[in-house]
Design a protein around this ligand. Sequence first.
Ligand code: NVA
Length: 374
Amino acid sequence: MFAFSSFFRGASPESGRGSGKVVEAYTEWDPLEEVVVGTVKGAIVPPWDSITEATMPSHAEWFFKKYGEQPFPQEMIESATQELDNLAAVLEKLGVKVRRPEPIDFSVEYQTPWWKSRGLYAAMPRDVLMVVGDTIIEAPMAWRTRYFEVFAYRKLIKEYFDQGARWLAAPKSTMGGEFYDPLYDSDHPYVDGVKRFPITEAEVAFDAADFVRFGKDILVQKSHVTNSSGIEWVRRHLGHEYRVHEVEFDDPHPMHIDTTIVPLAPGKIIANPVWVKKLPEMFSSWDVLTPPPPAKPFDSALYFSSDWLSLNMLSVDEKRVIVEEQEKPLIDALVKWGFEPIPIPFRNFYPFGGSVHCATLDVRRRGSLKSYFS
Ligand code: NVA
């Protein structure tokens, strides 16, 4: 495992916490000081059901049918674990404090009054938790397999709480009958030109990864796991200091916004060339960077996601960004745009459904609350 040594000049020169807060982040690009890196240990493959079918690439059906409700194959776990451990080591070398979740036993079948399920994994802290300012927010999630996932992070969250962080947990839905739309048809995601979703508005639902932070402005998309009630819940709880903007792009099966738009620095954003035909007016004075196609278009090992995991990067600061090492066209483009990509091996993590952004949660970035739009 390696990463380019020239980048290890220290992420945070004075590394002291300006405000003294243990949890604090306003953007995706302020200098990173503390991060959670997920784990694939104990990961269980979800069953192939209507909710998986709504979001998974159809070529992956065989994988879920073969392994559904069983542990991920051991060799997948081992190779992804090596890459996650290397990511943690790279971040530490950059001066970033790294924390890891404590996986719960995801193989245990649990029961609510409405249904039974097994768990999934603690691989993607980005999906489950969101840091806005000094508040850590637990997402309610929308998959039954993820109902208890947050407990893998609870010890950490409690520790942050004890050190002064604010802590909000969104109301969990029953995920019972009324929560899923029986009429949703994944082959026809638009009805009369309107995008449809497999979840209804009967309860509050969102995944944290459908939100993206630009200081006082936060963008969010409705998706297969985020509904209008979820967006409104976040908006009301963040209050008047923040503006939560709902955006819609052209991904017919949206779930998590972090391969669609990727802010890298004030005034600089990568926009997915397939799904983003038009950015909201607020970006009219921003540099909109068009990325090259992913290095390996149509990768059949991507069971959960599109090939655009190439864009799922983690910013260390406004210049340096951690990116998968095989994404060479993107790495070249980042250099051309004036960034300093830090390539790491992460290809074996992709089959779990994410890349470096999904696998991490920035707990603290040095910065303050600002408006980046005039
Ligand atoms: N659903 C998106 C985001 C995955 C992290 C995709 O497949 O690209």
